[in-house]
Write a new protein. Structure first.
Length: 133
């Protein structure tokens, strides 16, 4: 179910609108965050249904590598592990906050719930303390 929520455009549009995650023709990824800008990248590898790795370029930050891993916990539960590589320490907290919110939206969609709008400052403080820089 989690794999399909990411790969299937109709499902993805319900929780991650503005994203052209996989363009099968050229492997391009596009995340449109309206007024906040656009991030683009390219698919590095796909191992269906357990992993997608792609690059992602956001504004003036270095290009990061993003890895989505889907680990079956049991027949009904999947753990989604998102790993980020090639980030500068200055960008790490901002990326962690952004992806935290995206993954919350995915969980809310999969569990048929509505997530409250997060406190961005609180999340930033949390990740500033948690991440080793």
């Amino acid at each position: 179910e989690a794999w399909s929520a990411l790969i299937n455009k109709k499902e993805r549009d319900k929780w991650f609108p503005g994203v052209s995650f996989i363009n099968k023709r050229d492997g391009i990824i596009r995340l449109d965050f309206d007024d906040d800008g656009v991030a683009t990248g390219k698919i590095v590898s796909i191992n269906r249904p357990t992993e997608i790795v792609h690059t992602l370029k956001w504004q003036d930050m270095p290009t990061a590598e993003v890895s989505w891993s889907f680990v079956g916990m049991d027949d009904e539960n999947t753990m989604v592990v998102l790993a980020l590589q090639n980030l500068t320490s200055g960008a790490l907290v901002d990326w962690a906050v952004g992806w935290h919110i995206i993954l919350d939206d995915m969980v809310a969609y999969l569990e048929h719930q509505k997530m409250p709008l997060p406190d961005f400052e609180e999340l930033g403080q949390y990740y500033s303390k948690q991440l080793v820089m």
